[in-house]
Design a protein around this ligand. Structure first.
Ligand code: SAM
Length: 219
């Protein structure tokens, strides 16, 4: 990463690969002189938002308690419970992995009864949701869609299950311009990412094609 971000500032002769005899010397020699630019680039690319960001966005929607939400790709249900506890939504967590559904359902027993009664889990996938048409006020989909190849299908399912004026909150990672091809190659394979689904332009086009309007985009 250091070489990727600061490559234009690295003095000649520092382009050695790790393991080559003089790599350590060159690397430590170069870094102090590109550290400031490196840190500036890092701060700019991260633009960190706090961990409450997504819940703040839900709060801004002003959906009344009792609204119906679907947590698509809920994993072990952490955010499914939170949506019920924080907003008193009636929430269905959906995930394709039976193990996730089992863990999430088992953990329901440890919740306060008034929260647990608002939550249910079902096995299913974004591309074919086990939810009726126009029954949901909020689709919450956190850190999932990079794993989904057929984004058109997923977004059209979101549209199908949402009531008129329903809202979708989708959070995901995208490839930025600083991501080098070889880094992407490693990262996508390691994380099980469908490369085309980490392309922001493609996602924008898919969102529009599904009939959604983007109200807010936060990074
Ligand atoms: C990184 S985890 C995120 C879990 C949870 N949403 C969270 O924010 O903690 C990705 C989840 O997406 C689920 N997933 C993978 N493919 C999916 C698909 N086609 N439809 C719905 N969920 C999927 C995985 O089983 C996993 O639980």
């Amino acid at each position: 990463m250091m070489r990727g971000v600061g490559s234009t500032n690295v003095p000649a002769g520092t382009d050695n690969e790790p393991g080559e005899p003089d790599w350590l010397e060159h690397s430590y020699d170069a870094f102090p002189r590109l550290e400031e630019a490196f840190n500036a680039a890092l701060a700019e690319s991260l633009q960190p938002c706090g961990p409450e960001l997504l819940y703040d966005l839900v709060r801004e929607m002003e959906l009344p308690s009792g609204s119906s939400a679907a947590d698509i790709g809920c994993g072990e249900g952490t955010h499914t419970y939170q949506l019920a506890e924080r907003f008193q939504f009636s929430v269905t967590g959906i995930d394709p992995l039976p193990r996730h559904i089992e863990i999430a359902s088992t953990a329901l027993a440890s919740l306060a009864p008034e929260v647990a009664s608002l939550v249910q889990f079902a096995q299913g996938a974004a591309e074919g949701l086990p939810i009726g048409d126009a029954t949901v006020d909020l689709v919450w989909c956190r850190d999932v869609l990079v794993h989904v190849a057929d984004l058109d299908r997923a977004y059209s399912e979101f549209r199908r299950v949402l009531r008129p004026n329903g809202r979708a909150l989708v959070y995901q990672m995208f490839a930025g311009e600083r991501l080098e091809a070889r880094e992407a190659d490693w990262l996508w394979k390691t994380m099980g990412v469908v490369p085309t689904s980490a392309d922001a332009a493609r996602t924008d086009a898919t969102i529009s094609a599904a009939g959604f309007r983007v109200d807010k985009c936060a990074m």
